[in-house]
Design a protein around this ligand. Sequence first.
Ligand SMILES: [Zn+2]
Length: 410
Amino acid sequence: MTALAVSGCRICGGPVTEVLDLGRQPLSDAFLRPADLAGEFFYRLALGRCADCTMVQLVEEVPRERMFHHDYPYRSSLSSVMRAHFTGTGRELLATELTRPGAFCVELGCNDGVMLRTVAQAGVRHLGFEPSAGVAELARRQGVRVRTDFFEEKTAADVLVTDGPADVIYAANTICHLPYLDSVLRGARLLLAPGGVLVFEDPYLDDILARTAFDQIYDEHFYYFTAHSVRAAAARFGLELVDVRRLPVHGGEVRYTLAHAGARTPSPAVADLLRQERERGVTGVEALRRFAADVARNRAELVALLRSLKEEGRTVAAYGATAKSATVTNYCGLGPELISYVCDTTPAKQGRLTPGAHIPVRPPAAFADPYPDYAVLFAWNHAEEIMAKETGFRAAGGRWIHYVPTVRVR
Ligand SMILES: [Zn+2]
């Protein structure tokens, strides 16, 4: 399976203008054993914008089976902040949308069951879709009912037959992963009850641009949504954007709520966010060109900083072997000669090499043994949690290197 060059907008078929080229990249979650190095998969990571519907999307598509395979390493519940976020989301859905007797909740990409277990524990009917068999098994151990599959039009039709219509279809950090969003929206329209809602939360393009968060761009994030582009996509498939809410997680996200067209009155928040996007120029091509210039500047500054620390004989490690760090290390050309190792809490990544850049991954305990002089904070979306946990590093004289929104040492 090789990457596919996308010829037009995946939503409307309109012309896509390329605005940022992040170069040759590996799969962001393909952590390697030394024996795997020869067969490593690469594709070209570049961002484009549809001139017709404004959807920002990748210009090459990685086959989904390559990304969301049995050993997909991401675990939603490893972060205490995210655990609290998803427990709160489950409680909120139970209180607002899953109130009728026999209510039914579907989640796309339920991962290890961190949200659905709250629904399951309340005794509410539910089904999680999770294509990665390894994490699906973890969700089952939480008492969550899981189908190891992708959600699309055909599988949605199956569920309608077996379980009936859904009151809620929920997805966190999943919808933007799915190039075949047209099929997902057709499936949602088919499966949703007349008064049902599709609720999904994903990184918000305005936050990515405002923070120069270029590492939010990687193989798994195919789409970069705004209220404008989500509203346009929904309308093509008989759905309507009826609510939006900005979320502080993962560097800035928006939770979008879609309903059947005409079924609900859109909240004032929708018109408000659309107006803000127009005022800030977020949906235009110029904002993306400015972003591309900012990204190139960040790369130059980060590389210069790491090279000068190397020349001074300082030790430099990194914290968080995140999917997003693959974009940084490969776009900036940072290998083990500049970053000696990266610490990560995910057991499946430890003892392996990072994709493309081949930096060794070590468990967090190795961070203090001994502390490096500097640590690049790749998991910047969990910065507060990590810096609170690693106070010993600062106490020992260590300094954090940030590169979002600008390169700085703290
Ligand atoms: Zn389009």
